[in-house]
Each structure stands twice: as structure tokens, then as C-alpha cells.
Write a protein that binds this ligand. Structure first.
Ligand code: MN
Length: 128
């Protein structure tokens, strides 16, 4: 377990609240941003253990923001897990190609979210 917070980037207040509640129940601290600009602001002085990234955001979307974070030295190693309602395989490939470590499909399954988070917080395994 880490003391670093998990950053939730999600514009939908209900989804944000659900994810926040689930993470707090598991003992994680959270920070929250409703768009890319707010996320970048938080990342100026916070290094989260993980970022949960909604893909559909107003303004810069989650894929663009992920690409940006992968280019910045201070953020490029932070695991990013996409929250996505997209169902098409091509979209998932696009997310992984953009630098996401994985994705969680919406609607969010409250029974499996904690173990998915845990898996992404563990030291990363290299997979081909
Ligand atoms: Mn959204």
C-alpha cells in the first residue's frame, strides 16, 4: 500500500463519487479533477501512485492527456488506467498505444474495481 493518492480524472460527478467512495473504503487517498487542466494543476505538486483516467472529457480528452503525461519527465512513469465506456477493440488498442497501462470498462463494477486497482499498483510486469 502506498501513501500517495490516486488521482481520479473524471468529469461526471456521479462516477467520481462512486470511484472515490470505493477507493476510500479500500483505504486509498484520492485527488480529483474534472478535466485535463485541473489534472495538470494537481500534477504540478502531487505525484499520484496511479491515475484513473476518464477518456471522454470536456476539452482535452483522456487519450490526449495521457499522451501529454507520457511526454513529461515528471509524469511519464505514473500508471494510468483508462475508464472507458468504449466497447470496440480498436479503441482499447488506441488507449494502450496512447500510453495507458490498462482500462476499466464502464459502467464501473464496484465488486472488481479494488482488485483491478491493486493489480495496477503492484510493480509492473512487462508483457508483450
Ligand atoms: Mn466523461
Amino acid at each position: 500500500m502506498t501513501d500517495d493518492p490516486i488521482l481520479i480524472v473524471e468529469d461526471n460527478p456521479q462516477n467520481r463519487k462512486l470511484v472515490r467512495t470505493l477507493l476510500h473504503l479500500e483505504g486509498y487517498e484520492t485527488r480529483e479533477a474534472g478535466d485535463a487542466a485541473a489534472a495538470l494543476k494537481i500534477l504540478e505538486d502531487t505525484r499520484p501512485a496511479l491515475i484513473l483516467m476518464d477518456i471522454q472529457l470536456p476539452g482535452m480528452d483522456g487519450v490526449e492527456l495521457t499522451r501529454l503525461l507520457r511526454r513529461q519527465k515528471t509524469t511519464r512513469d505514473i500508471p494510468i488506467v483508462a475508464l472507458t465506456a468504449y466497447a470496440m477493440n480498436g479503441d482499447h488498442e488506441r488507449l494502450l498505444a496512447g500510453g495507458c497501462s490498462g482500462y476499466i470498462s464502464k459502467p464501473i463494477d464496484s465488486a472488481t474495481l479494488p482488485s483491478l486497482i491493486k493489480a495496477h499498483l503492484d510493480p509492473p510486469m512487462l508483457t508483450v
